[in-house]
Design a protein around this ligand. Structure first.
Ligand code: PLP
Length: 496
């Protein structure tokens, strides 16, 4: 394997000329046709100065966008093992389906009888997700996983309130994704942390000690964010129910158990499903996405409306559940995303989705075993679809941090795994290969990570300085996120 030295460039720097610095005042991309309507004065509405637009030719603008697009990294460009995020390949047939004119061209205000096909699709998706979840009622409205969490917990709150027993607290394991405690707080509940046990599952004794009649719910991810299936799941949900609380499943990791086991059968009362993690819809950078929620019959009357129902004569119709918490999204949710997910399910079929889970788990375990000698696996047991390595030893022995390893991976052309999450693992590196990668890809990635482990031992500074081949080197990541300066402004006196 070839390693990159400190200077070898692999792509044109992104930080070259801006589009505003290209072209010339007389350059044009389009020529407006001659005016064939009367000239009308806009009076006070007319702008005082011409807009500061770039003056470039069509070829310049094509190259500009091509350069920006090629700087992007996505699953279609390379291996993207971002743990917990499940960066699934998005099959092209799903894109084809959602662009069909009959779907793409309809309007949310159309009368129900003119959109029976679209409603049938949504109904079919509700039914499929209910089957996968093992829970009978589904809303497709939420626009993301975190939005699904909020919807599910509001539904649970409405249920408890309707019983005249609103309750105060929600329990969340210490391995949970940050959106879980955030959701709990947004719903007005107090967050109580549950410790993990030495096997990486919920500490059952500690859980029992925290459960009382003020607890509204336990919010649990299973398999959890360590990639581990909780061996005590039935005892956990039973203990929760014993005090009249409900069990909420963060379904972000459903990909690992698709067709194998169902949250409803584990005793969960509510579940959100991140369609982009399990049913291969695109990650939308916060949207548009979909995080449908499935619930038990007892919670169904509180779901947001409308949901799609079927009349006795076989027509599809929108209905609002009897004690609905109201809408959580305008219209019917992100319909294009729902079409993609339904296409994915129908294209694979029942057997196909089960094989998705099998392959995802096999790939993760293959990598876990290949990498385990160089990086200790936190909670070293057979994992599900992802696993968490600890860089604690590497930091102690060579002064190399997991962040350095992640940056070095960029030089080899890989998107790094998730790092520093879950918080309970020292120098965590969380790898999720997903089901679509070949053994050759997994082997190349493992070879690269092992090569980086050798570099860390031989030349730690090489890793401290990485990356060397990216358009920009190390950023102040907090400032880049919190104080982005993305808008171009003309410089004083530039005359643009
Ligand atoms: C375990 C877990 N829960 C919840 C979420 C939130 O999901 P979304 O990004 O769809 O809002 C994520 C996202 O990565 C996650 O990994």
């Amino acid at each position: 394997m070839s390693t990159h030295d400190r200077t070898e460039p692999t792509r044109e720097p992104l930080t070259g000329t801006l589009i505003f610095e290209r072209g010339a005042a007389e350059s044009r991309c389009v020529e407006a046709p001659p005016l064939d309507v009367p000239v009308v004065s806009l009076g006070g509405y007319a702008r005082a100065a011409a807009p500061a637009l770039a003056h470039v030719t069509e070829v310049d603008i094509a190259r500009h966008y091509e350069r920006l697009a090629s700087a992007n990294f996505g699953v279609d460009s390379g291996f993207y093992p971002l743990g917990s995020c499940t960066m699934k390949y998005n099959p092209k047939i799903d894109e084809w389906a959602c662009r069909l004119p009959g779907f793409a061209g309809i309007h949310p205000y159309q009368a129900e009888e003119t959109v029976q096909g679209a409603l049938e699709l949504m109904w079919g998706l509700q039914e499929s997700l209910a089957e996968v979840a093992g829970l009978p009622a589904v809303t497709l409205q939420p626009a993301a996983g975190a939005h699904g969490e909020l919807t599910g917990l509001l539904t649970i709150r409405a249920y408890h309130t309707a019983q005249g027993d609103p309750r105060k607290r929600v329990l969340v394991p210490d391995s949970a994704h940050g959106t879980n405690p955030a959701t709990v707080a947004m719903c007005g509940y107090e967050v109580v942390q549950v410790p993990s046990d030495e096997r990486g599952g919920v500490d059952l004794d500690a859980l029992r000690g925290l459960l009382d009649t003020d607890v509204a719910a336990l919010m649990l991810t299973n398999p959890n964010t360590l990639g581990l299936f909780d061996e005590n799941i039935l005892a956990i949900t039973a203990a929760v129910h014993e005090v009249g609380a409900l069990a909420y499943c963060d379904g972000a990791n459903l990909n690992a158990i698709l067709g194998k086991t169902r949250p409803g059968d584990m005793g969960f009362d509510a579940l959100h499903i991140n369609l982009h993690k399990t049913f291969a819809t695109p990650h939308g950078g916060g949207g548009p996405g979909a995080g449908p929620v499935a619930v038990t019959g007892a919670l169904a009357p509180f779901l947001p409306g409308p949901v799609v129902g079927m009349t006795d004569d076989g027509r599809y119709t929108l209905v609002t559940p009897a004690r609905s918490i109201g809408r959580v999204r305008s219209f019917l949710g992100n319909f294009g995303v729902l079409v993609r997910a339904y296409t994915y399910i129908r294209a694979l079929g029942g057997q196909g989705v089960t094989e998705v889970a099998e392959q995802a788990v096999l790939s993760a375990n293959y990598l876990r075993v290949r990498l385990g000698d160089a990086w200790p696996v936190a909670y070293d047991r057979v994992c599900m679809h992802e696993f968490v390595l600890s860089g604690g030893t590497m930091r102690k022995e060579h002064g190399v941090r997991t962040l350095d390893v992640a940056k070095r991976l960029l030089d080899y052309g890989y998107h790094p795994p998730t790092i520093y999450f879950p918080l309970i693992v020292d120098e965590a590196m969380m790898i999720e290969p997903t089901e679509t990668e070949s053994k050759a890809t997994l082997d190349r990635f493992a070879d690269v990570l092992l090569a980086i482990a050798a570099e860390a031992a031989e030349d730690p500074d090489l890793l401290h300085g990485a990356p060397y081949t990216t358009p920009v080197r190390r950023l102040d990541e907090a400032a880049a996120v919190k104080e982005p300066d993305l808008a171009w402004r003309p410089q004083e006196g530039a005359g643009v």
